[in-house]
Design a protein around this ligand. Structure first.
Ligand code: MG
Length: 642
């Protein structure tokens, strides 16, 4: 399909926007009038600039409040539009977006609207221009695409067609299915936007919550299917008003924008294939179709960038938490630690990606490695969806583990699964300590330890790019948004998982400074892995053992356990076990149980959580967040005092 984007969707000045749009390989652009008014050159300069960048100017927008209740008003509108046609001549575009009127005296009567739009179509036709008429969800009278279609059908002029915008249709919960009955060539333009469902008026919803397809909760795929079923073969474009997007860097945002359209095309293709083949004619356009999303089996390793001092302290923490040092890299200053099936890499190699990462972010997870049977296909998909492939320095005989850059600049590797003996392919690059590896499997409570989930601390405005990355590139599915309470402010989390739950992640953003998350974001130089949650078999026994060995675990206040007893009426011996082990507890409505405990955080940057899921418990223990975050605040205060 042809792909376009409205200039209003990106931050910055018009020249920067066009460069970002071209770099992200869009075919065209909608010029938003305000961007033109703020531009210091002539409209002809914009035309030349777009042409130099290989971008077509697909549409000029918007023309507001065309219709009128008096002949004088209509005459004024027709005069006004002639001047826009002059401008469009200079820009080199033939399509003008006319949106439904928001004036109190706007017309709602189809016959009268048709009379006036017939005059507009005549005027446009004389000038070699076309009009794309769009229903604004907050239009005074015309709010629905069906009303616009009534007018367009009645006027029946080649210069008048429809502009469909998924936001306007879906935000009103209007059914897009009847679009299938509209002849595709009467749809002149399609704008796409997603949004979360929020409880607010539709204008506020549009101005502040629009996001790229895949980042929100609307069924943009379903609407796009209806549009293609109608026989539409034109451009799909993004029109996103969003406070965060207006402050986000234009280049990265344009890449996200393209990723969202490519993902949407794939989803439309998949949903058509899943439906009965006879349900609709085949699309007359070719849809983007990358290799399928990888089937992910878990994390192969998590790699931390460290310097010598940090390596010693982080190694000490890992050893105190029951990890063993199980390998040393054959050619690099890199060590491998293991606990059950969990692998942590400490990389202090100078002249490496890790060192560059360390210089910007300090001690932090510079790479995560996902396990998948076909790493190469996963990389091809990621690249097709606009990710940058990264290759490192590889020693002789060492593996070339493919990687792409994640939204925060860290690396995401794809690794094949461990073999039947439990040896990971990447371990071939390490001189392994066979005895230490054998001991991992012999230690009962942690023999099957695995990474259950990662928590990613993200700066404001970065949840949406992460959601799109994980959804499009990795095929994960967004789950709940949860509000969490830190003693110093509110946090928002978004959970994203693979369908079989082998991969679970939680993205957390802080809306206030001085929360645990905002500190992590700052300390990690813009966010990163904030928590590695490790699943073990018998958490109470594991934590008791760690505490007995003097491991730095987060103390849980006694009052918490008194309240737990009141809430769940637990078996006294079990409750005593939780208390002695310092383990948080949550039970879901189906009786599933979540036990979780925390190591003291490393430099206020990240922490290790130990968890046990019982009886099909499927969440993240968020009811305990206020207590955990308060315990963390207490612990910090004690550290500072001591
Ligand atoms: Mg629109």
């Amino acid at each position: 399909m042809r792909r376009s984007i409205a200039t209003v969707s990106l931050s910055g000045m018009l020249r920067d926007k066009l460069q970002a749009i071209a770099a992200a390989r869009f075919d065209g652009v909608e010029i938003f009038e305000n961007d033109l008014l703020q531009f210091s050159g002539k409209p002809q300069d914009v035309k030349a600039m777009a042409a130099d960048l290989g971008l077509a100017i697909d549409m000029f927008q918007p023309f507001r409040d065309f219709d009128g209740s008096t002949p004088a008003q209509v005459a004024r509108s027709l005069d006004r539009v002639e001047r826009k046609f002059d401008l469009m001549d200079a820009l080199g575009t033939d399509l003008l977006l006319v949106c439904s009127s928001v004036q109190p005296d706007a017309l709602g009567d189809t016959d009268r609207l048709a009379e006036q739009f017939a005059q507009l179509a005549e005027a446009a036709g004389r000038r070699g221009k076309r009009i794309a008429y769009e229903a604004l969800a907050w239009g005074s009278q015309v709010k629905l695409f069906s009303q616009v279609w009534d007018v367009v059908r009645k006027v029946n002029h080649p210069a008048l067609g429809m502009c469909l915008d998924s936001f306007h249709t879906l935000s009103l919960r209007d059914d897009p299915a009847p679009i299938r009955q509209i002849p595709g060539d009467r749809i002149f333009y399609v704008q796409l936007a997603d949004a979360p469902w929020v409880n607010t008026d539709v204008l506020t919803h549009s101005r502040h919550y629009r996001c790229f397809p895949g980042q929100g909760e609307f069924d943009v795929t379903g609407m796009m299917r209806a549009i293609l079923d109608a026989g539409y073969t034109g451009t799909i474009s993004l029109e996103i008003f969003n406070d965060e997007f207006r402050s986000a860097p234009a280049r990265a945002n344009a890449v996200d924008a393209m990723r969202s359209l490519l993902w949407l095309e794939e989803q439309v293709g998949l949903s058509r294939a899943a439906a009965a083949p006879s349900a609709a004619p085949a699309p007359q356009v070719s849809l983007f179709s990358p290799p399928p999303a990888p089937k992910l089996a878990g994390w192969s390793f998590i790699e931390f960038s460290v310097d010598t001092a940090a390596a010693a302290r982080l190694a000490e923490l890992l050893l105190s938490l029951g990890f063993s040092r199980i390998g040393r890299h054959r050619s690099k200053d890199v060590e491998l630690y293991g606990l059950g099936d969990v692998r942590i890499v400490l990389n202090r190699e100078t002249e490496s990606f890790s060192r560059h990462y360390f210089e910007r972010h300090g001690t932090s997870a510079c790479a995560t490695a996902l396990t998948t049977a076909n790493p190469q296909a996963a990389i091809v998909r990621a690249e097709a969806l606009g990710c940058t492939r990264v290759t490192g320095q590889i020693g002789q005989g060492e593996l070339d583990i493919p990687a792409v850059q994640a939204p925060d600049g860290s690396l995401l590797y794809f690794c094949p699964p461990a073999n039947a003996d439990g040896h990971h392919a990447f371990e071939a690059d390490f001189v392994m300590d066979a005895d230490a590896v054998a001991a991992l499997a012999a230690h009962a409570p942690t023999a099957t330890a695995r990474v259950d989930h990662l928590v990613q601390a993200v700066p404001a405005g970065q949840i949406e790019p992460w959601v799109l990355f994980q959804r499009a590139v990795l095929g994960l599915t967004p789950q709940r948004s949860v509000v969490l309470h830190d003693p110093f402010g509110v946090l928002r989390s978004r959970e994203i998982e693979s369908s079989d739950k082998a991969i679970r992640t939680s993205l957390i953003v802080s809306e206030r400074d001085n929360t645990a998350i905002s500190r992590s974001v700052a300390r990690l130089g813009g966010g990163g892995v904030q928590q590695v949650a490790i699943e073990v078999q018998d958490l109470i026994a594991s934590m008791k053992a760690l505490r007995a060995q003097g491991a730095p675990v987060l103390p849980v206040p006694d009052n918490y356990f008194d309240d737990l007893d009141a809430k769940y009426a637990l078996d006294p011996a079990f409750l005593q076990g939780l208390r002695e082990a310092g383990v948080f507890y949550e039970r879901d409505a189906q009786g599933g149980e979540y036990l979780h405990a925390y190591a003291a955080p490393f430099d206020d940057r990240f922490e290790f959580e130990f968890i046990e899921r019982r009886g099909g418990y499927d969440l993240y223990g968020s009811t305990n967040s206020p207590f955990r975050l308060a315990a963390l605040a207490e612990w910090r205060a004690a550290q500072q005092a001591g």
